[in-house]
Design a protein around this ligand. Structure first.
Ligand code: SF4
Length: 475
């Protein structure tokens, strides 16, 4: 079942919860990735690695303009063309112009969340270009006409049977449930696309400021094909994806691979330091690097700079009980899970555009425990909720409820009287329903839709304590 992206947030969540296949597929995969991460982090000094990566990323953020300048001058020295894109449209126009100037008709892409963020495929298709995703997961969801539902595992929401149906429908594959046969077919088709493509596009896992090298990590080698086979290679890179030195790059690489898939190292780590030089037998003739802001500076200015430390490993999604239940599409945003619930509103021109997302969490803290950069995601989510209240963007009923609760809690007499009334009322109601309360009128039915409501205790703690003390002969 596909989530209706135009439906309101609550309906999307309900649709996801009604789909038992989705829950099975997502929980199975996220549990597997979490086990692999824990084992891989245990094999090294995981806590030490996390602290080192955090310190390095914090240092980058404190010296952000300097490292960006250093990167730009080293990229230029290496022969790359650097473009700065402030917002989505700027980045779309830059990449579109490069494609049109080079008469590219077919574009091959390696998996990239930054290009998803700016809806680049759509922008290129609008001017007649054909865009082909070459990461296997991305290829499948492109065939299925769906967006990714996980930062590193875009097709996590689909079971093998559903993927097989996509292959039969879109690639005319004879019915099979054998993954090796399906991947062989995808491999053969994609190879033709690599040979025919006029332009390759990738994101960037990190760029090294001191050398001007762009690094992409993949398990399928498609990133290397995208960056080396077409005549023109374009990198779209969020401006926070920086590391100062080669040593820092390997530090981050270790944390990324171990946290994302539980691998000690991914199968491929490709570094591009510029276009083909005289005497080189292969490589692109042009390399363009688009440095994408798109709200990142805004995010820092708003006080959400800590989220810029994110290395997009997806570990917080795998650990999140909410994500495990509803998957990625119900969030309705490019980035989902706990980090998506933070950066989607924080990157947007108005936080209130995504006002439901800071509430899409149980605040259990599992994401903070999983994060290799120790980002305090629960605190950032609470900060966003607080900002929404300041902007008067939280629901009126919620604001009214909190105000009433505050005035109630500041009057002991009122608190005790209401406590007594709630106890008498709920126990009467529970008695009539034969135990726990199974239905309450709106808006409280949101609770009883999924669980029973236990009646209030017949006596308050204060009353119980008084009686107990009396029995024991104390005052
Ligand atoms: S917030 Fe942390 S755990 Fe989540 S994707 Fe970013 S780095 Fe990974």
């Amino acid at each position: 079942m596909q989530v209706d992206f135009n439906a309101p947030y609550k309906n999307r969540v309900q649709q996801a919860l009604n789909d038992p296949n989705l829950r099975v597929a997502v929980s199975k995969a996220t549990d597997r990735m979490t086990d692999a991460r824990l084992a891989s982090m245990d094999a090294v000094e995981g806590q030490k690695l996390r602290s080192q990566v955090r310190q390095m990323k914090q240092h980058v953020l404190r010296n952000w303009p300097d490292y960006l300048q250093q990167l730009e001058s080293n990229l230029t020295r290496n022969g790359c063309t650097v473009h700065w894109a402030e917002e989505t449209e700027d980045a779309q126009n830059i990449v579109r112009d490069i494609a049109l100037q080079n008469s590219a008709k077919l574009v091959v892409k390696s998996k990239s969340m930054a290009t998803e963020e700016i809806h680049l495929n759509h922008a290129l298709e609008e001017v007649g270009l054909r865009v082909v995703e070459t990461d296997l997961g991305e290829y499948i969801i492109q065939l299925a006409d769906e967006p990714p539902s996980h930062i590193v595992a875009p097709v996590i929401h689909k079971r093998l049977e559903e993927i097989a149906e996509v292959f039969q429908d879109k690639l005319d594959m004879p019915p099979t449930r054998e993954p090796t046969k399906m991947t062989s077919l995808a491999r053969a088709r994609l190879r033709q696309e690599f040979f025919a493509a006029g332009m390759g596009i990738s994101g960037c896992n990190f760029a090294i400021a001191e050398t001007g090298a762009i690094c992409i990590v993949t398990n399928e080698g498609n990133g290397r094909m995208v960056s080396s086979m077409p005549r023109v290679y374009v990198v779209v890179m969020g401006i926070e994806k920086l590391v100062p030195t080669v040593e820092d790059a390997f530090l981050q690489l270790q944390a990324l691979c171990r946290s994302a898939t539980g691998q000690n190292l991914t199968v491929y780590c490709s570094m591009t330091s510029g276009p083909r030089q005289e005497g080189d037998v292969d490589g692109p003739e042009q390399v363009h690097v688009v440095l994408l802001d798109n709200g990142r500076s805004r995010m820092l200015a708003r006080g959400y700079g800590e989220a810029l430390l994110c290395i997009r490993c997806g570990a917080c999604l795998n650990a999140c009980p909410v994500y495990q239940e509803i998957g990625g599409h119900a969030y309705g945003s490019t980035y989902n899970g706990p980090i998506g619930a933070v950066i989607t509103p924080a990157l947007a021109p108005e936080i209130s555009r995504f006002k439901e997302l800071p509430h899409a969490t149980s605040l259990c803290g599992a994401c903070r425990e999983a994060c290799p950069v120790k980002i305090d995601l629960p605190r950032l989510l609470l900060d966003l909720r607080s900002d929404l209240v300041q902007e008067n963007a939280s629901p009126k009923t919620e604001a009214w409820g909190i105000k009433s609760y505050a005035s109630l809690m500041s009057s002991r007499r009122m608190y005790e009287s209401l406590g007594k009334m709630a106890s008498i009322g709920s126990n009467l109601y529970a008695g009539m329903s034969g135990g726990n309360i199974k239905f309450m009128p709106p808006p409280l039915n949101g609770w009883t839709a999924y669980r029973d409501f236990a009646p209030f205790a017949p006596k308050s703690f204060r009353q119980w304590w008084k009686e107990r003390s009396k029995l024991r002969g104390q005052t």
